[in-house]
Design a protein around this ligand. Structure first.
Ligand SMILES: C[S@@+](CC[C@H](N)C(=O)[O-])C[C@H]1O[C@@H](n2cnc3c(N)ncnc32)[C@H](O)[C@@H]1O
Length: 274
Protein backbone atom coordinates (compact mmCIF):
# COMPACT_ATOMS: atom_id res chain seq x y z
CA UNK A 1 0.00 0.00 0.00
CA UNK A 2 1.43 3.36 -0.99
CA UNK A 3 0.05 6.49 0.59
CA UNK A 4 1.36 9.77 1.93
CA UNK A 5 3.95 7.91 3.96
CA UNK A 6 5.96 7.52 0.76
CA UNK A 7 6.68 11.24 1.13
CA UNK A 8 8.57 10.30 4.30
CA UNK A 9 10.53 7.62 2.49
CA UNK A 10 8.52 4.70 3.84
CA UNK A 11 5.63 2.52 2.84
CA UNK A 12 2.95 1.27 5.16
CA UNK A 13 4.10 -1.96 6.77
CA UNK A 14 1.21 -4.06 7.93
CA UNK A 15 2.36 -7.68 7.90
CA UNK A 16 -0.29 -10.24 7.07
CA UNK A 17 -2.37 -11.59 9.96
CA UNK A 18 -1.02 -14.61 11.73
CA UNK A 19 -3.06 -17.18 13.62
CA UNK A 20 -0.09 -17.82 15.83
CA UNK A 21 -0.23 -14.68 17.86
CA UNK A 22 1.41 -15.29 21.23
CA UNK A 23 -0.64 -15.54 24.39
CA UNK A 24 1.32 -12.66 25.92
CA UNK A 25 0.44 -10.36 23.01
CA UNK A 26 -3.22 -11.28 23.32
CA UNK A 27 -3.05 -10.64 27.05
CA UNK A 28 -1.26 -7.30 26.56
CA UNK A 29 -3.82 -6.24 23.98
CA UNK A 30 -6.71 -7.27 26.25
CA UNK A 31 -5.24 -5.34 29.17
CA UNK A 32 -4.67 -2.17 27.17
CA UNK A 33 -8.25 -2.25 25.86
CA UNK A 34 -9.64 -2.94 29.33
CA UNK A 35 -7.65 -0.20 31.01
CA UNK A 36 -8.60 2.33 28.35
CA UNK A 37 -12.24 1.32 28.80
CA UNK A 38 -12.07 1.67 32.60
CA UNK A 39 -10.36 5.08 32.35
CA UNK A 40 -13.05 6.32 29.98
CA UNK A 41 -15.96 4.89 32.00
CA UNK A 42 -15.01 5.75 35.57
CA UNK A 43 -12.17 8.26 35.25
CA UNK A 44 -12.71 12.01 35.50
CA UNK A 45 -10.11 13.12 32.95
CA UNK A 46 -8.90 12.08 29.51
CA UNK A 47 -5.17 11.63 28.95
CA UNK A 48 -5.48 12.38 25.25
CA UNK A 49 -6.91 15.84 26.00
CA UNK A 50 -3.85 16.44 28.18
CA UNK A 51 -1.41 15.18 25.52
CA UNK A 52 -2.96 17.32 22.79
CA UNK A 53 -3.09 20.39 25.04
CA UNK A 54 0.66 20.04 25.67
CA UNK A 55 1.70 19.36 22.08
CA UNK A 56 -0.50 22.05 20.47
CA UNK A 57 -0.29 20.48 17.01
CA UNK A 58 -0.85 22.57 13.89
CA UNK A 59 -2.22 21.88 10.44
CA UNK A 60 0.41 20.57 8.04
CA UNK A 61 2.71 19.11 10.70
CA UNK A 62 4.40 15.70 10.48
CA UNK A 63 4.07 13.66 13.67
CA UNK A 64 5.46 10.34 14.94
CA UNK A 65 3.69 8.39 17.72
CA UNK A 66 6.13 5.75 19.01
CA UNK A 67 4.66 2.65 20.72
CA UNK A 68 1.21 3.88 19.72
CA UNK A 69 -0.70 0.80 20.91
CA UNK A 70 -3.90 0.61 18.92
CA UNK A 71 -3.56 4.20 17.84
CA UNK A 72 -6.08 6.19 19.85
CA UNK A 73 -3.77 9.18 20.30
CA UNK A 74 -2.39 8.75 16.77
CA UNK A 75 -5.86 9.14 15.27
CA UNK A 76 -6.48 12.31 17.28
CA UNK A 77 -3.11 13.70 16.20
CA UNK A 78 -4.07 13.04 12.57
CA UNK A 79 -7.25 15.06 13.09
CA UNK A 80 -5.22 17.90 14.63
CA UNK A 81 -2.74 18.20 11.74
CA UNK A 82 -5.52 18.26 9.13
CA UNK A 83 -5.43 17.11 5.52
CA UNK A 84 -2.05 18.71 4.82
CA UNK A 85 -0.33 16.95 7.75
CA UNK A 86 0.96 13.41 8.17
CA UNK A 87 1.06 11.09 11.17
CA UNK A 88 2.88 7.79 11.64
CA UNK A 89 2.19 5.39 14.51
CA UNK A 90 4.64 2.58 15.31
CA UNK A 91 4.40 -0.32 17.76
CA UNK A 92 6.16 -3.59 18.44
CA UNK A 93 2.95 -5.59 18.44
CA UNK A 94 1.28 -6.60 15.21
CA UNK A 95 -2.08 -7.05 16.97
CA UNK A 96 -2.17 -3.38 17.98
CA UNK A 97 -0.97 -2.15 14.61
CA UNK A 98 -3.63 -4.14 12.77
CA UNK A 99 -6.39 -2.67 14.97
CA UNK A 100 -4.95 0.83 14.60
CA UNK A 101 -4.72 0.39 10.84
CA UNK A 102 -8.34 -0.81 10.62
CA UNK A 103 -9.56 2.12 12.70
CA UNK A 104 -7.63 4.68 10.68
CA UNK A 105 -7.74 3.26 7.19
CA UNK A 106 -9.99 5.90 5.73
CA UNK A 107 -7.42 8.50 6.68
CA UNK A 108 -4.82 8.88 3.93
CA UNK A 109 -2.56 11.01 6.10
CA UNK A 110 -2.16 8.29 8.68
CA UNK A 111 0.25 5.34 8.54
CA UNK A 112 0.83 2.53 11.02
CA UNK A 113 3.78 0.18 11.04
CA UNK A 114 5.27 -2.54 13.19
CA UNK A 115 8.59 -1.37 14.57
CA UNK A 116 10.72 -2.08 17.61
CA UNK A 117 11.58 1.26 19.20
CA UNK A 118 14.96 -0.02 20.36
CA UNK A 119 16.12 -0.41 16.74
CA UNK A 120 16.81 2.25 14.04
CA UNK A 121 13.73 3.96 12.57
CA UNK A 122 13.25 4.06 8.77
CA UNK A 123 12.91 7.85 8.58
CA UNK A 124 15.26 10.53 7.36
CA UNK A 125 16.99 13.01 9.68
CA UNK A 126 14.86 15.99 10.76
CA UNK A 127 11.56 14.57 9.47
CA UNK A 128 9.15 15.29 12.34
CA UNK A 129 7.62 18.43 13.85
CA UNK A 130 6.72 16.47 16.98
CA UNK A 131 7.40 13.00 18.38
CA UNK A 132 5.27 11.40 21.07
CA UNK A 133 5.90 8.33 23.19
CA UNK A 134 3.04 7.80 25.63
CA UNK A 135 3.35 5.41 28.55
CA UNK A 136 5.68 2.97 26.84
CA UNK A 137 9.36 3.86 27.36
CA UNK A 138 9.57 1.87 30.59
CA UNK A 139 8.83 -1.27 28.52
CA UNK A 140 11.94 -0.77 26.39
CA UNK A 141 14.82 -2.95 27.65
CA UNK A 142 17.36 -0.40 26.38
CA UNK A 143 16.77 3.26 25.61
CA UNK A 144 20.11 4.61 24.29
CA UNK A 145 19.33 4.14 20.61
CA UNK A 146 15.73 5.25 21.13
CA UNK A 147 16.84 8.64 22.46
CA UNK A 148 19.47 9.01 19.70
CA UNK A 149 16.88 8.22 17.06
CA UNK A 150 14.26 10.61 18.44
CA UNK A 151 16.84 13.40 18.41
CA UNK A 152 17.96 12.55 14.88
CA UNK A 153 14.40 12.45 13.48
CA UNK A 154 13.19 15.71 15.06
CA UNK A 155 13.39 18.92 13.06
CA UNK A 156 15.45 21.65 14.77
CA UNK A 157 13.63 23.21 17.75
CA UNK A 158 10.74 20.79 17.47
CA UNK A 159 9.02 18.91 20.30
CA UNK A 160 9.25 15.54 21.97
CA UNK A 161 6.65 14.46 24.53
CA UNK A 162 7.55 11.41 26.57
CA UNK A 163 5.30 10.20 29.37
CA UNK A 164 5.48 7.52 32.04
CA UNK A 165 4.45 6.74 35.60
CA UNK A 166 4.93 9.55 38.11
CA UNK A 167 6.21 8.40 41.53
CA UNK A 168 2.69 9.01 42.90
CA UNK A 169 1.02 6.75 40.34
CA UNK A 170 -1.41 4.00 41.44
CA UNK A 171 -0.89 4.68 45.16
CA UNK A 172 -4.06 2.84 46.17
CA UNK A 173 -3.29 -0.20 43.99
CA UNK A 174 0.10 -0.46 45.66
CA UNK A 175 -1.46 -0.18 49.13
CA UNK A 176 -3.92 -2.94 48.27
CA UNK A 177 -1.12 -5.10 46.90
CA UNK A 178 0.92 -4.79 50.10
CA UNK A 179 -2.08 -5.20 52.41
CA UNK A 180 -3.07 -8.39 50.54
CA UNK A 181 0.45 -9.78 51.02
CA UNK A 182 1.51 -9.37 47.37
CA UNK A 183 5.02 -8.40 46.34
CA UNK A 184 6.22 -5.18 44.73
CA UNK A 185 8.55 -6.20 41.90
CA UNK A 186 11.28 -4.24 40.14
CA UNK A 187 9.00 -4.12 37.09
CA UNK A 188 6.54 -2.07 39.08
CA UNK A 189 9.00 0.71 39.94
CA UNK A 190 7.29 4.07 39.62
CA UNK A 191 10.18 6.32 40.53
CA UNK A 192 12.65 5.60 37.73
CA UNK A 193 10.89 7.23 34.76
CA UNK A 194 11.03 10.77 36.14
CA UNK A 195 14.74 10.84 36.97
CA UNK A 196 16.24 8.65 34.27
CA UNK A 197 14.34 10.44 31.50
CA UNK A 198 15.46 13.83 32.78
CA UNK A 199 19.11 12.72 32.61
CA UNK A 200 18.67 11.70 28.97
CA UNK A 201 16.96 14.93 27.95
CA UNK A 202 19.16 17.38 29.82
CA UNK A 203 22.05 17.75 27.32
CA UNK A 204 19.93 18.08 24.18
CA UNK A 205 16.60 19.72 25.03
CA UNK A 206 14.95 22.43 27.04
CA UNK A 207 12.17 20.67 28.91
CA UNK A 208 9.44 20.90 31.53
CA UNK A 209 7.84 18.15 33.59
CA UNK A 210 4.02 18.11 33.58
CA UNK A 211 1.63 15.94 35.57
CA UNK A 212 -1.71 14.45 34.55
CA UNK A 213 -4.02 13.08 37.24
CA UNK A 214 -7.02 10.87 36.68
CA UNK A 215 -9.04 9.66 39.65
CA UNK A 216 -10.89 6.47 38.83
CA UNK A 217 -13.88 5.71 41.06
CA UNK A 218 -14.98 2.09 40.89
CA UNK A 219 -18.69 1.39 41.35
CA UNK A 220 -18.12 -1.93 43.12
CA UNK A 221 -15.53 -4.23 44.69
CA UNK A 222 -16.02 -6.60 41.75
CA UNK A 223 -15.05 -3.85 39.31
CA UNK A 224 -11.99 -2.90 41.33
CA UNK A 225 -10.87 -6.53 41.69
CA UNK A 226 -11.23 -7.04 37.94
CA UNK A 227 -9.11 -3.93 37.30
CA UNK A 228 -6.50 -5.18 39.75
CA UNK A 229 -6.30 -8.61 38.12
CA UNK A 230 -6.25 -7.14 34.60
CA UNK A 231 -3.17 -5.18 35.63
CA UNK A 232 -1.27 -8.45 35.80
CA UNK A 233 1.84 -6.73 37.16
CA UNK A 234 0.14 -6.99 40.52
CA UNK A 235 -0.18 -10.75 40.31
CA UNK A 236 3.00 -11.48 38.43
CA UNK A 237 5.04 -12.70 41.39
CA UNK A 238 2.25 -14.89 42.71
CA UNK A 239 2.31 -18.50 41.45
CA UNK A 240 -0.71 -19.20 39.22
CA UNK A 241 -2.24 -21.65 41.72
CA UNK A 242 -2.14 -18.98 44.47
CA UNK A 243 -3.64 -16.15 42.44
CA UNK A 244 -7.27 -16.90 43.29
CA UNK A 245 -6.31 -16.85 46.97
CA UNK A 246 -4.54 -13.51 46.58
CA UNK A 247 -7.58 -12.06 44.83
CA UNK A 248 -9.71 -13.17 47.79
CA UNK A 249 -7.34 -11.30 50.11
CA UNK A 250 -7.62 -8.25 47.86
CA UNK A 251 -11.41 -8.38 48.20
CA UNK A 252 -11.11 -8.51 51.99
CA UNK A 253 -8.86 -5.42 51.96
CA UNK A 254 -11.34 -3.59 49.72
CA UNK A 255 -14.28 -4.46 51.97
CA UNK A 256 -12.55 -2.47 54.70
CA UNK A 257 -11.56 0.47 52.51
CA UNK A 258 -13.52 3.71 52.88
CA UNK A 259 -13.40 4.37 49.11
CA UNK A 260 -12.73 2.51 45.90
CA UNK A 261 -10.62 5.09 44.14
CA UNK A 262 -7.34 4.71 42.31
CA UNK A 263 -5.40 7.77 41.23
CA UNK A 264 -3.49 7.50 37.96
CA UNK A 265 -0.64 10.00 37.98
CA UNK A 266 1.22 10.32 34.70
CA UNK A 267 4.36 12.40 34.31
CA UNK A 268 5.26 13.90 30.95
CA UNK A 269 8.36 15.73 29.76
CA UNK A 270 7.58 18.21 27.04
CA UNK A 271 11.02 18.78 25.53
CA UNK A 272 12.19 21.09 22.77
CA UNK A 273 15.25 20.17 20.74
CA UNK A 274 18.01 22.71 21.32
C1 LIG B 1 0.80 0.97 27.88
S1 LIG B 1 0.89 0.73 26.14
C2 LIG B 1 0.70 2.41 25.55
C3 LIG B 1 0.17 2.46 24.16
C4 LIG B 1 -0.15 3.84 23.62
N1 LIG B 1 1.00 4.70 23.57
C5 LIG B 1 -1.29 4.48 24.38
O1 LIG B 1 -1.08 5.50 24.99
O2 LIG B 1 -2.41 3.93 24.36
C6 LIG B 1 2.62 0.40 25.83
C7 LIG B 1 2.91 0.11 24.37
O3 LIG B 1 4.31 -0.05 24.18
C8 LIG B 1 4.50 -1.01 23.16
N2 LIG B 1 5.90 -1.46 23.19
C9 LIG B 1 6.52 -2.13 24.19
N3 LIG B 1 7.82 -2.36 23.86
C10 LIG B 1 8.02 -1.80 22.65
C11 LIG B 1 9.14 -1.68 21.78
N4 LIG B 1 10.33 -2.19 22.11
N5 LIG B 1 8.99 -1.04 20.62
C12 LIG B 1 7.80 -0.51 20.27
N6 LIG B 1 6.69 -0.59 21.04
C13 LIG B 1 6.79 -1.22 22.22
C14 LIG B 1 3.48 -2.08 23.52
O4 LIG B 1 3.23 -2.95 22.45
C15 LIG B 1 2.28 -1.20 23.88
O5 LIG B 1 1.50 -0.91 22.76
Amino acid sequence: MINQATRLGIESRIPRASNQQSASVELGSYQLEKRTEVNAKWGQADINDWILSLLKLHHGEVILDIACGYGLTTLLAAKAVGPSGQVVGTDLELAFIRTAHDRGKRNQRLTFMVHNATTPFPFRDETFDAILCNFAIYHFPIVDLFFDEVYRMLKPHSQFLVTGPDPANNEFLYQVQIAAGGKITALMARDTFKNTTKERLRPHYSYRYHVFTNIITFPSIDDFTRYYSDTTLFLVNTPVEERAHQLLKVRQVLENSPKLQNKKVVGGYLARKL
